[in-house]
Design a protein. Sequence first.
Length: 93
Amino acid sequence: MRRIPPGKVATYGQVARLAGLGGQARMAGYALHAAPDEIDIPWHRVINARGRISLPRENGQYDLQKTLLEAEGIVFRNETVDLQRYRWRPEKQ
DNA sequence: AACTTGACTTCCG
DNA sequence: CCGGAAGCCAAGT
């Protein structure tokens, strides 16, 4: 996840594949949920396959991630990110 | 040891 | 494009 550049996003499934988890997307999410908040990785650049944030709107969790992404220049259209445009392509890095 | 849960994904209507 | 069902697997009950 640390390789995801600012202004780009990756899906849980994508991260899971790169981690050798064979596309077990839930494990990527589970890892982040279990990890401490002060973790040294850009967790906010990971979203779901539909281009939306997978956190509950309650307790400001959702808004925090959305704000962090917008601060990097990512634009939300109707609570959704345009993956065609913002998805990170590891190969081209 | 069986059952439930979940920062998910894909397929179908 | 959206919601529901099925598939997935580690952790917690």
